[in-house]
Design a protein around this ligand. Structure first.
Ligand SMILES: Nc1ncnc2c1ncn2[C@@H]1O[C@H](COP(=O)(O)OP(=O)(O)O)[C@@H](O)[C@H]1O
Ligand SMILES: [Mg+2]
Length: 322
């Protein structure tokens, strides 16, 4: 959507929501709202609560800037609702959002396209005698004698969470039951991956082009929730310390992953790079953190786009007729 056209529109920044990432979303949304306001756009901040539909109608927005992380805001549900209401929105569409949110579905698409992913196994709560679990409940795991077909360490994660919520590294088989129990408390589907020894990098993509990347070096066991959101616990290296060849390979894998899912706008692709320089795609984040100090804005800045310019590029990437 052209910038000149956007000047005549009312932009609603959707933030908050009910997912486990609500707090982070409020921070992203507030940063976006403040920046668009200072650019003199006609902008409204909308906290997505139960009365969301009524609020959306009342506020009469023309365009939505989605700053919701996790849950309905990132899995295609809100996108579908906006589509039905005829409100164009930033970022990926319904299908790409849904695929990216489900780590099983996205991995299967990556495999089809020959994009490298860590060896993985999907396990369902029913296989473990676990009844449909509610978040936070304590399901009983009957079987911890799990066969994955690959060696430890494993990474156990809920299939549809974010921010490393429910993720555990299992180095000792006897600990797998506890890790599964925890992951199942977030949903009925869990993914077990081979732990990729090496580096962790993230690649920012904007409107189908690679923006750049960052290497994350957490001081904790891995890049878990605490390492992500406590300042000083993780070192960020921009650009990543990789040889030109390995960096290029990683950028290509990330862009292929974004394109394979059919993503739009800004995404951040998480990857591991093993000690032989082989990249493995972990996931595509279709609504990356957007505070001024979040990783995607940092990557953008290095490529010459400051925060307001990044927001305008994201808005510019909206397909008006969608
Ligand atoms: N296969 C793996 N090998 C090594 N570390 C991993 C692997 N999978 C996940 N991790 C660690 O767990 C973190 C969260 O995993 P990720 O798949 O990105 O899920 P989330 O959606 O929670 O961010 C990663 O940033 C990484 O530090
Ligand atoms: Mg991640």
């Amino acid at each position: 959507m052209k910038n000149s056209l956007l000047r005549s529109k009312k932009i609603g920044v959707l933030m908050g929501g009910k997912s486990s990432e609500r707090e982070v979303s409020l921070r992203s949304g507030t940063a976006i709202y403040n920046s668009l306001k200072s650019l003199k756009y006609n902008v409204a901040a909308i906290d997505v609560q139960d009365d969301f539909c009524d609020v959306l109608k009342k506020k009469r927005i023309d365009v939505a800037f989605i700053a919701l992380h996790g849950g309905h805001g990132e899995n295609g549900a809100i996108q579908g609702m906006l589509e039905v209401m005829g409100i164009p929105y930033t970022g990926s569409g319904v299908l790409a959002s849904a695929l990216a949110m489900d780590k099983e579905a996205s991995k299967k698409v990556f495999l089809y396209h020959g994009i490298p992913v860590p060896p993985f196994k999907i396990v369902r709560s029913s296989e473990f005698g676990v009844r449909s679990s509610k978040k936070g409940s304590e399901p009983k795991t009957r079987n911890s004698e799990l066969e994955t077909g690959f060696r430890l360490p494993w990474v156990v994660k809920p299939a549809s969470e974010g921010s490393s919520v429910g993720v555990e590294i299992v180095r000792d088989r006897s600990k797998s039951g506890k890790a599964l129990k925890k992951a199942f408390s977030y949903g009925d589907k869990v993914i077990i991956e081979k732990y990729i020894e090496g580096k962790e990098i993230q690649i920012g993509i904007l409107n189908n082009k690679v923006l750049g990347g960052v290497e994350v070096r957490p001081s904790l066991e891995f890049y878990n929730y605490k390492a992500k959101y406590t300042s000083g616990l993780t070192e960020y290296i921009l650009p990543p310390e990789l040889s030109k060849k390995v960096y290029e390979r990683s950028r290509n894998a990330a862009l292929s992953a974004h394109l394979a899912l059919g993503c739009s706008g800004a995404t951040r692709v998480d990857l591991r790079v093993d000690n032989n320089g082989a990249p493995f795609v972990l996931e595509v984040n279709t609504i990356p953190g957007m505070t001024e100090t979040s990783l995607l804005p940092k990557i953008a800045r290095l490529s010459g786009l400051d925060f307001p310019a990044l927001l305008e590029e994201i808005l510019g990437g909206i397909e008006g007729e969608r």
